[in-house]
Design a protein around this ligand. Structure first.
Ligand SMILES: NC(=O)c1ccc[n+]([C@@H]2O[C@H](COP(=O)([O-])OP(=O)(O)OC[C@H]3O[C@@H](n4cnc5c(N)ncnc54)[C@H](O)[C@@H]3O)[C@@H](O)[C@H]2O)c1
Length: 717
C-alpha cells in the first residue's frame, strides 16, 4: 500500500489492487467541510483523474463514529452578497462534479452522521454503503440554518430517490436511518459496522470489474422511471402546489429557505448543469439574507452553551454524578420532570400528597411513552422499563440517597420553606435542592435553610418533554459544584441550559410578564382575544400571549404576576376587574374555560369572557402594528433591564433563553440580536414614543440609553 498524499484533512492511499482510499479527517471533533477542505478534496480528485494505477475510489472518514457533520458554519456566516453566496455554491458543486466525473467507480463508506455536504459528496459518488448502526444517519439539514443544500443536493437527491422523497428530506431536514435509506434507494448497501471498511473496498473492486458501471449509474440518475411518470401525468405541478401549501401552513412567511429549496428541487427536471445553476443562485440569495444569519447565530449559541459549564470565570469546581433523583410534587411540572429523567435511565422517586395526585403523575408519563410506542419510536418493553423507574410515594422513603431533589410543589414561599426543611432532615449533606419555581427568588427559598449552598433554581418549561430550555438560577450562596452539577443534570436531558443570577422572575418569567401584561391591557382597552393572539403570531411567536396563559393556567399566571407586581410596581399592574376572571373559575385549558372555549375541537375565543370586561362583547379592531409594538417592546426593554441588573450573564444567554424557553421568533435571532439589527437608537426612540403615549412602564432601560449615546451594540456574535 502506498500513501500518495497527506494533506491537512485528507489522506490518500492506494492499495496493490488499485483501490484508492480517501480518508477524511479534519482537525477537531467532527469532519466539517470548510473552503480549505473543499480545496483539498478538489486537488485530490484532480490528482486521481490522472492516475493510471487507480481502478476505484473509496471515500471514508477517519473519525471513529461520524462521517461528515456538514459545512463549516463559520464561513457560511461570512457571506454578505448573493453573488458571493452563489460563487461559493458553484465552487462546492464543482468539487463534487469532479468526483462524479472520475473515470472509475467511486464508493462512499458511511459510518455515523452523514449530513449536508457529507451527503452531497456521497450523492456524487457512484455507490454508497452505510453501517447498520444507530449513529448512522443521513440528512440535508440546511433549511434549519436558513439555507438550502448548495453543493448539488437539491439536484442529485431527486434524481436518485425521486422528487417526493427528496422533498420530504430537504424541506423537513429529517434524518434517515440506514434501513430506511436503503428502502428509499439513498444507499446501495447496509452492512455491519465491523465489516464496513472491508466491504467498501470489495464493492469498489467489484464495480471496477464491471467496467463503465459508474457512467451507467449517472445516466440512470438523469431520469428515473418515477420522474418520467411524474412528467407524463403532470404530477410535478400538483406536488409543487401541495408542497407550497404545506410550507405556508408550517413555515409561514418568515422563513424563505424551504420555499427556495422547493424551487431549486423543482429545477431537477432540467439538465444537471442548469439545475445546479438554479441551486447556486437560490443558495446565494438565502446565504446573504438576514434570516440565515440569525439562524446560524442560534446554531452557534447552542454550540457554545453545550461547552459552557455555567461556572463563573476562574472556578474549577466539578460536576458530581447524578444517578438517583427525587421529584417533590407530581403535578403538571413534576410529572414532566419525572418522565424525562426516567426516559434517560434514572430512577426517580416522586412524592405528592396523595395517591390520586400520584396516579395522575404515572398517567402523564404513560401517555408520553405510549405515544412513542404507537409511533414505533419505542418498544413496549422499553416503555414498561421507563415506567418502572418512576417510584411514586406519599412520604420521604427512598429520599435518603438521592443526589438531587427537584421541587415542583405549588408556587407558595411558605410551602417551599416547609418542604426544603423536610428534605434537609431526610437527605444527605450533599443532596442538591433544585427548585422549579417560576418566579420566587431562590435567595428567599434558601433563607432559613441549614445548607443554603445546596439550594439552586432549576426552571423547566411546560411541556417538559418538549421544551428545550432549562434556566438554572444561582443565588449568591450557591456552591459552584452545585451549579456545575445542576447544569450537567439539564444537559443530560439534551436541553439547552442557561445560568442566570437570582432575582424575581429570573430572566424568562421576568420578560414574559410585561409581554403578557401588555396583551391583557390591550384586551381591556377593547381589542378582541383572537386579534391580539394573531398579531403576535404574525410577528413570529408560536402561540399568542392569551392562549399561552390558558396553557400555563390563569391561576399560575396570576400568582406569578402578583409576585412581579410587588417587585416592580412601576411596570406591572393587573387591570381593574382581573379578580372577576379568577372568581369565574377560569383557570385556562385545565378547567376547559379561559380566554378560549374548549368544547370539542373548537379553539375559538370564549365570548362570555368579554362579559367580564369593561367594553363587553363589542370589540374594536386595533392597529396590528401597535399591538405588536407594545407587547414586543415591553419584552425587549425588560430583557435589557435583566442584563443591566446582572440577572443575565450575557446577551447570548438572553437570546437562547427567549428562543428556547419562550418561543421568541428564531428568524429574528433572539431579543438582543433583534435590537442590534433594529438599531439601538431606534429601540430607544420607539420606547420613548410608547412611554409618552402609555406611561412610564415603557421608559427605556438606562443601559439602552447609554448604549445609544456610545453607539454600542450588544454584538451577540
Ligand atoms: N405550569 C407551568 O407552566 C410552570 C412552568 C415552570 C415552573 N412552574 C412552577 O412549578 C411548580 C409547580 O407547578 P405546576 O404547574 O406543576 O403545579 P401543579 O399544581 O400542577 O402541581 C403541584 C403539585 O404539588 C403537590 N404538592 C403540594 N404540596 C405538596 C407537598 N407538601 N408535598 C408533595 N407534593 C405537594 C400538589 O399536590 C400538586 O400535585 C410551581 O412552583 C410553578 O410556579 C410551573
Amino acid at each position: 500500500m502506498t500513501t500518495t498524499a497527506t494533506k491537512n484533512a485528507i489522506q490518500l492511499t492506494v492499495n496493490a489492487e488499485g483501490v484508492a482510499v480517501l480518508t477524511l479527517d479534519t482537525p477537531g471533533r467532527m469532519n466539517v467541510l470548510s473552503p480549505e477542505v473543499f480545496q483539498e478534496l478538489s486537488d485530490t480528485f484532480e490528482e486521481l483523474k490522472t492516475r493510471s494505477d487507480v481502478r476505484a475510489l473509496v471515500i471514508e472518514s477517519g473519525k471513529a463514529d461520524s462521517f461528515v457533520a456538514g459545512a463549516d458554519v463559520r464561513f457560511l456566516a461570512t457571506i454578505t452578497t448573493p453573488e458571493e453566496g452563489a460563487a461559493m455554491s458553484r465552487a462546492a458543486q464543482g468539487v463534487f462534479n469532479r468526483l462524479e466525473e472520475l473515470p472509475f467507480p467511486t464508493v462512499t463508506s458511511i459510518h455515523g452522521v452523514c449530513l449536508g455536504g457529507g451527503l452531497e459528496m456521497a450523492l456524487a459518488s457512484s455507490y454508497r454503503l452505510v453501517s447498520e448502526d444507530d449513529r448512522s444517519q443521513l440528512g440535508l439539514p440546511e433549511v434549519q440554518i436558513g439555507l438550502l443544500p448548495g453543493a448539488g443536493g437539491t439536484q442529485r437527491l431527486p434524481r436518485l430517490i425521486g422528487l417526493p422523497a427528496a422533498l420530504d428530506m430537504i424541506l423537513t431536514a429529517k434524518r434517515v436511518r440506514p434501513r430506511a435509506a436503503k428502502k428509499l434507494g439513498l444507499v446501495d448497501e447496509v452492512v455491519p459496522a465491523e465489516v464496513l471498511p472491508q466491504r467498501a473496498r470489495a464493492a469498489a473492486l467489484e464495480l471496477a470489474g464491471r467496467h463503465g458501471m459508474a457512467h451507467e449509474n449517472r445516466e440512470g440518475r438523469q431520469k428515473t422511471l418515477a420522474s418520467r411518470l411524474m412528467e407524463a401525468f403532470g404530477a410535478r405541478s400538483i406536488l409543487y402546489t401541495q408542497a407550497r401549501a404545506e410550507l405556508r401552513k408550517k413555515a409561514g412567511d418568515h422563513y424563505p429557505a424551504p420555499y427556495k429549496a422547493l424551487d431549486s428541487a423543482m429545477a431537477s427536471r432540467k439538465s444537471l448543469a442548469e439545475g445546479l445553476e438554479v441551486e447556486a443562485r437560490l443558495f446565494g440569495e438565502l446565504a446573504a439574507g438576514m434570516v440565515s444569519k440569525n439562524l446560524i447565530h442560534i446554531f452557534n449559541l447552542t454550540t457554545a452553551l453545550k461547552s459552557d459549564s455555567g461556572l463563573p470565570k476562574g472556578s474549577d469546581a466539578k460536576a458530581r454524578p447524578v444517578k438517583k433523583l427525587a421529584v417533590l410534587g407530581g403535578g403538571l411540572m413534576g410529572s414532566g420532570i419525572a418522565t424525562v429523567y426516567a426516559d434517560k435511565g434514572l430512577p426517580v422517586n416522586v412524592k405528592d400528597r396523595n395517591d390520586e395526585a400520584l396516579g395522575k403523575t404515572l398517567h402523564y408519563a404513560w401517555k408520553v411513552f405510549d405515544k412513542k410506542v404507537s409511533r414505533r419510536r419505542m418498544r413496549a418493553f422499553e416503555r414498561d422499563l421507563r415506567m418502572a423507574r418512576i417510584r411514586p410515594t406519599t412520604d420521604y422513603s427512598g429520599f435518603k440517597r438521592v443526589d438531587m431533589v427537584i421541587e415542583a410543589v405549588f408556587e407558595d414561599i411558605n410551602l417551599k420553606h416547609t418542604v426544603l426543611k423536610e428534605v434537609e432532615a431526610v437527605c444527605g449533606p450533599d443532596t442538591i435542592f433544585a427548585s422549579n419555581t417560576s418566579s420566587l427568588p431562590i435567595t428567599e427559598i434558601a433563607r432559613g435553610a441549614s445548607r443554603p449552598e445546596n439550594v439552586i433554581g432549576m426552571h423547566f418549561f411546560s411541556p417538559v418533554e418538549k421544551m428545550p430550555l432549562v434556566e438554572v438560577i444561582v443565588h449568591p450562596g450557591t456552591a459552584d459544584w452545585v451549579t456545575a452539577t445542576t447544569v450537567e443534570a439539564g444537559k443530560l436531558l439534551g436541553k439547552q441550559v442557561i445560568v442566570v443570577n437570582d432575582g424575581v422572575g429570573f430572566y424568562t418569567s421576568r420578560v414574559l410578564a410585561p409581554f403578557i401584561n401588555e396583551a391583557v391591557r390591550v384586551l381591556w382597552e377593547g381589542a378582541a382575544i383572537d386579534q391580539i393572539d394573531n398579531a403576535l403570531k404574525d410577528f413570529g411567536f408560536p402561540v399568542g400571549p392569551l392562549m399561552l396563559q390558558d396553557e400555563v393556567g390563569l391561576d399560575v399566571a396570576t400568582k406569578v404576576m402578583k409576585i412581579m407586581m410587588e417587585a416592580f410596581p412601576q411596570r406591572f399592574s393587573a387591570p381593574d376587574g382581573w379578580q372577576k376572571v379568577i372568581d369565574d373559575g377560569r383557570l385556562g385549558k385545565k378547567s376547559q374555560k379561559g380566554f378560549y372555549r374548549y368544547s370539542g375541537k373548537s379553539k375559538d375565543p370564549d365570548p362570555t369572557f368579554y362579559d367580564l370586561l369593561p367594553g363587553g362583547r363589542k370589540r374594536q379592531r386595533m392597529d396590528v402594528d401597535e399591538i405588536q409594538q407594545r407587547c414586543v417592546m415591553a419584552f425587549l426593554n425588560e430583557a435589557v433591564l435583566c442584563l443591566e441588573e446582572n440577572v443575565l450573564r450575557s446577551a447570548r444567554d438572553g437570546d437562547a433563553g427567549a428562543i428556547f424557553g419562550l418561543g421568541f421568533p428564531p428568524f429574528l435571532g433572539g431579543p438582543f440580536r433583534y435590537m442590534d439589527q433594529l438599531g439601538i437608537d431606534r429601540v430607544v426612540e420607539r420606547l420613548e414614543i410608547l412611554s409618552e403615549r402609555f406611561g412610564p412602564r415603557f421608559e427605556p432601560a438606562q443601559l439602552l440609553k447609554t448604549m445609544k449615546a456610545e453607539k454600542r451594540k450588544f454584538s451577540t456574535d
